[in-house]
Design a protein around this ligand. Sequence first.
Ligand code: UP5
Ligand code: MG
Length: 218
Amino acid sequence: MICRLFGSVSQKVPSVLYWSSLMKPQVVFVLGGPGAGKGTQCSKIVENFNYTHLSAGDLLRAERAREGSEFGQLIANYIKEGKIVPVEITINLIRKAMEETMQRDEKKFRFLIDGFPRNEDNLQGWRDVMEERADVKFVLFFDCGNKVCIDRCLERGKSSGRTDDNRESLEKRIQTYLQSTRPIIDLYQTHGKVRTVDAARCVDEVFADVKTILDKEG
Ligand code: UP5
Ligand code: MG
């Protein structure tokens, strides 16, 4: 599949050998419903800990906006419909962003990957491309009820300009989250790899718990 979309993908993806010359990236996956506060909390983590924040959604929105992108229209459609973009696109954006970060500063090898993996396809893509190149430490799960999530995104939608911060898209985003993303969180849970935070509280209360987790886990 990766080869199908990217043609000569082997030329574009640096080898495992190349990555092994760098510090092995340490990854925390950050998951939770739309509007659970993933991005907000990641910004606070970056202020307090030595992590680089990569939002898969932000990377896709940047690719959507990039002039000449062959995937721009596809990404736009998927985001508006609250559907999950094929992993061949997302994983290459994530890999490239990680690589660029570490090339700029080799001490920057700790990553928060926000909003990924969201479904089985994402997880398989990670395994295919990144499993040997990076260690997943744990999943930071922002647990928040659907109504709170929707209300936050609708409020943000008054000024965000995001094409998916409207009630119709939000209903779809929530369905996608429940059907596709929750099972991924559950899967990591069975391996004891999920750290759950009650995300329905105010930003500082949520962050106090996040800080406790990161102080402990590094
Ligand atoms: N806010 C935050 N925390 C608050 C708190 N504790 N109390 C009160 N308000 C709080 O926060 C959302 C809003 O709530 C903000 O206004 C904030 O101030 C307020 P934010 O921190 O942005 O929440 P976040 O969880 O990051 O919400 P986001 O909308 O970004 O979540 P999504 O997961 O829906 O969006 P994402 O950008 O990750 O993905 C968008 C779309 O991209 C997906 O639907 C999908 O179509 C596509 N996508 C893929 O296909 N694949 C991927 O791998 C990733 C994305
Ligand atoms: Mg976000």
